[in-house]
Write a protein that binds this ligand. Structure first.
Ligand SMILES: C[S@@+](CC[C@H](N)C(=O)[O-])C[C@H]1O[C@@H](n2cnc3c(N)ncnc32)[C@H](O)[C@@H]1O
Length: 418
């Protein structure tokens, strides 16, 4: 098998694993790439194929179903997705796309895959025209229930802009870590890094800066993640709780804002993620973090709570549906189901509720998500301020991908009155 053939083969295995399980695409791909000996360009091609197909799944299926009305087995459909994605959306040379894809087919499906791909080539213009009359759901490959809920919240034009944006690969952004390097020094070493005017120490990069990451000179994160930290506004010497901290993007920024003075108690319920958090913070030169594995929904108190609370400031960056970061989570749209939003809202409220008694009077609590759904954002804040009337609303930031140009993010600042 030649190298790019192996890339197609690996993409096909990834598709099968994704289709037959519940594991997210990034995890499947990382595992497969780790155990393969493909060279860098072929790894990139595997990623392009796998992620590209997931981003365009219902569009590809629309073309496949137009070309062949009869039932297809899953394996044949995956190969046709692979072939048509290359022919229509990647502009891979026709011979390679057809030949190499047919080569992957088992003997039973070989002539079928060959015939459908050749027919797709002949009808390419007609098929690409035909899809323009289809619904947004087909054209941009998003489940109809998401389109319906976003249309209700943001209107049809914003929804179309959001869906189109979700299908464009995300830029690489990083925060320069001032605990380790000055912005000037970073920029003199990374001359292609482009500074973002409204996000002081964030840069846009053309590739992952592996060296700088290894030295803790920067941390890859979207500028939208800064807003919760800026709203929390932690001061040097304070005692801060980061309730859902892993893998540490926000904790690292909080430590920088505190100039590495004071204490941050960084919690998470997931042991593996706490290890990643510890590694990341160590690399970033954070010296003021203490770690605790704790599940805020367990009903148990935070270990050592009496000794370490009350906190001056608490960040509650809860798990959420992640609908603000769909550009980066290509298959999330196919894994979400309508009741996820109310389920998440209840979990978010439970986590928040468990942290409130740890906040001192006049202390600040920031609640944040990377969701763009009102249930997980404004509705949670409304419910929690009704339940705890001593929590006073101070300020709110809501970033929407189609309006603000970065990932979606939501953060509300509350203050505990006497
Ligand atoms: C949105 S992520 C946090 C991202 C992090 N703040 C950052 O900036 O890198 C949410 C985290 O909450 C953790 N988590 C989920 N449910 C939890 C719970 N009940 N108690 C504590 N942590 C929880 C997850 O393991 C996950 O690491």
């Amino acid at each position: 098998m030649g190298p790019s053939q192996s890339a197609r083969h690996l993409a096909r295995i990834a598709l099968r694993q994704w289709r037959t399980g519940q594991t997210f695409a990034d995890e499947i791909l990382a595992r497969l790439l780790r155990s393969s000996d493909l060279i860098a360009p072929d790894r990139a091609f595997t990623t392009e194929l796998f992620y590209g197909i997931l981003r365009n799944l219902s569009l590809l299926d629309f073309w496949i179903d137009t070309l062949r009305a009869e039932r297809l087995d899953h394996d044949a459909r995956d190969l046709l997705r692979l072939g048509i994605y290359q022919l229509f959306l990647l502009d891979t040379p026709e011979h390679a796309a057809v030949y190499e894809t047919v080569e992957l087919a088992n003997p039973r499906n070989r002539s079928l895959v060959n015939a459908v791909l050749r027919s797709a080539l002949r009808r390419k213009k007609q098929l690409t025209e035909k899809v323009k009359k289809e619904t947004l759901s087909v054209r941009t490959s998003h489940p109809q229930f998401l389109i319906d809920r976003w249309t209700k919240t943001f209107g049809p034009e914003n929804t179309a802009a959001l869906c189109e944006r979700n299908n464009r690969p995300a830029s690489i952004y990083a925060r320069i870590n001032l605990l380790k390097i000055s912005a000037e020094n970073f920029l003199s070493v990374h001359s292609s890094a482009e500074r973002l005017p409204r996000h002081q120490n964030f840069v846009r990069l053309t590739s992952i800066p592996s060296d700088a990451l290894a030295h803790g000179h920067c941390y890859v994160q979207d500028p939208s993640t800064a807003s919760a930290c800026v709203l929390l506004d932690p001061q040097p010497g304070e005692k801060v709780l980061d309730a859902c901290a892993a893998p540490g993007g926000k904790t690292g920024y909080l430590a920088e804002l505190m100039r590495n003075q004071g204490t941050i108690v960084a919690c998470d319920r997931d042991e593996g993620r706490i290890r990643a958090l510890q590694d990341n913070l160590e690399r970033l030169g954070v010296e003021i973090a203490r770690f605790a594995q704790h599940d805020w929904t367990s009903g148990e108190p935070l270990p050592d709570a009496a000794a370490i609370s009350p906190f001056d400031r608490i960040l509650v960056d809860t798990p959420c549906s992640n609908t603000g970061v769909m550009r980066r989570r290509v298959d999330l749209r196919w894994r979400l189901i309508p009741k996820d939003f109310s389920r998440m809202r209840e979990e978010q409220r439970r986590i928040l509720r468990a942290t409130i008694s740890l906040l001192r009077t006049d202390g600040v609590l920031v609640y944040s998500t990377c969701s763009i759904e009102p249930e997980e954002n404004e509705e949670v804040v409304k419910a929690i301020t009704q339940e705890f009337p001593f929590l006073k609303f101070v300020e709110q930031v809501s970033l929407l991908p189609f309006r603000d140009g970065f990932d979606g993010a939501f953060a509300t600042k509350l203050m505990r009155a006497a």
